[in-house]
Design a protein around this ligand. Structure first.
Ligand code: AMP
Ligand code: GLY
Length: 434
């Protein structure tokens, strides 16, 4: 197959790498890709958010499939544009990508579909939002409706923090249009995990569970990031929960979207809160009766979850993606290898705040781990330089989680660039479970 992968991060390198593992040989392109994808595919100098540019390339080159990595081009209608020119595209149309692009819309869909989630109310008026706070208890979660680069969510421990977050969004317009509406949402207790479901509009195949590490420092301290590491499977998702996740969360959402005229294809990523202890005094457990509640949906593969999940998937990956994109997904399209995976992000000093770019990276050649590039650039003389906050995603595999984590860190130890850092406790929650 001739396939274009859109995006330039670790997720897109992992997708491209996994496509290159298929027994069938594919002709692979990335727009714009990075130094890692350049070794597997032809990088095309078109930005991931350049909907017109990507569509024009697809019209001229007629790929069999376009796989869209990030959310921004999905929300901007890249898949709609590709549909119009008759090119198969993996990812939801813009109306479907609102499951990620608008938290209010996602809540409406969940409510209509009976999907377990925290209760929430939407406001455009700061005074009204503040007046509603006491009903939610503390902590309480304040969320900008729209895309705010992962920064639009505040978990407020006190009423003063909640009020300040409401003012930031509704009065000071900190997030512009994305924060013109805010959700006040019930805080959910428990442990988070990610389920990426491959979906074709009607059917769904759950990919293996995973868990991300959002905070920058060990012990889940410091500010939120795009993700500092991940592992798969996540033991918090016990096998007995999977049928309910599919039947009570993923499929009802697809049916509800269909009712609204939206055929949702691609990945439906459910960020879930699992609470087996039923210990939430104000929480939705009593209301929804569910120990698994939805925190958020994303309209795409997670990053860095993808770097841990895809190496575990067997079968012909291109066929699985094409079947999802064209409405004929089958359970047999995905097989899961009996291996664990862990991925460690190596980042630039200062991230998620400001950081320097252009540092030369050593230790990529002959690295024993799978090294996916997140923010890198290759120079004309063959050096690889840092070009982002998250620089590399280093994945180890093994028969159990401990050996997967060890394999990932063995890879990380070989890598060096000025001011690099990484978390050293990836998968700690799994190990704490024993
Ligand atoms: P979101 O962008 O909605 O995924 O929110 C970012 C992060 O904020 C999540 O990954 C959670 O860690 C946290 N969060 C969001 N909503 C809630 C909630 N209702 N209860 C507890 N934590 C939440
Ligand atoms: N790892 C979180 C995300 O992709 O949104």
């Amino acid at each position: 197959m001739k396939i274009l992968v859109v995006g330039s991060g670790g997720r897109e390198h992992a997708i491209t790498w996994r496509l290159a593992q298929d027994k069938a040989r594919h002709e692979l392109f990335c727009a714009p890709g990075n130094a890692g994808t350049a070794a597997l595919a032809t990088n095309v100098a078109i930005g991931a958010e350049d909907v017109e540019g990507v569509t024009a390339w697809a019209a001229a080159n007629r790929p069999d499939l376009v796989v869209v990595g990030p959310e921004a081009p999905l929300v901007k209608g890249l898949v709609d544009a590709l549909d119009k020119i008759g090119v198969a595209a993996f990812g939801p149309v813009a109306a479907g990508a609102r499951m990620e692009g608008s938290k209010r819309f996602a809540k409406e869909v969940m409510k209509a579909a009976g999907v377990p989630t925290g209760m929430a109310e939407t406001f455009t008026d700061a005074a009204a939002a503040k007046a509603a706070l006491p009903a939610f208890g503390l902590p309480v979660v304040i969320k900008a409706d729209g895309l705010a680069a992962g920064k639009g969510v505040v978990v407020a421990e006190t009423a003063a923090q909640a009020e300040a977050a409401i003012d930031d969004m509704l009065v000071a317009n900190k997030f512009g249009a994305a924060g013109a509406e805010v959700l006040v949402e019930e805080f959910l207790h428990g442990e988070e995990c990610s389920i990426l479901a491959l979906v074709d509009g009607e059917r769904a195949v759950l990919l293996p569970s995973s868990q991300d590490h959002k905070r920058v420092f060990d012990g889940d301290k410091g500010p939120n990031t795009g993700g500092m590491g991940a592992y798969s499977p996540a033991p918090v998702v016990t096998a007995d929960k999977l049928p309910a996740i599919k039947e009570k969360i993923i499929l009802p959402v697809l049916r509800e979207l269909k009712k609204r005229g939206i055929t949702y294809r691609g990945i439906l990523y459910a960020g879930l809160m699992v609470n087996d202890e039923n210990s939430n005094p104000h929480g939705p457990l009593a209301k929804s009766g569910s120990s698994v509640n939805v925190v958020e949906f994303n309209a795409r593969f997670g990053d860095p979850e993808t770097e841990a999940v895809l190496p575990r998937i067997g079968g012909d990956f291109a066929t699985a993606l094409l079947h999802a994109a064209t409405g004929c997904l089958r359970d047999e399209d995905v097989t899961v290898k009996d291996e664990c995976a862990a991925t460690v992000i190596v980042a630039s000093g200062g991230y998620p705040g400001s950081y320097e770019k252009g540092k030369e990276i050593a230790g990529l050649e002959g690295n024993p781990a799978l090294v996916f590039h997140c923010g890198t650039k290759r120079t004309d003389d063959g050096k690889v330089l840092t070009s982002g906050g998250r620089v590399l995603s280093v994945t180890g595999l093994g028969p159990d989680l401990r050996s997967a984590v060890d394999a990932a860190y063995a890879g990380v130890e070989r890598i060096s660039f000025e001011n690099s850092f990484h978390r050293s406790d990836i998968a700690h929650r799994a190990f704490e479970r024993g």
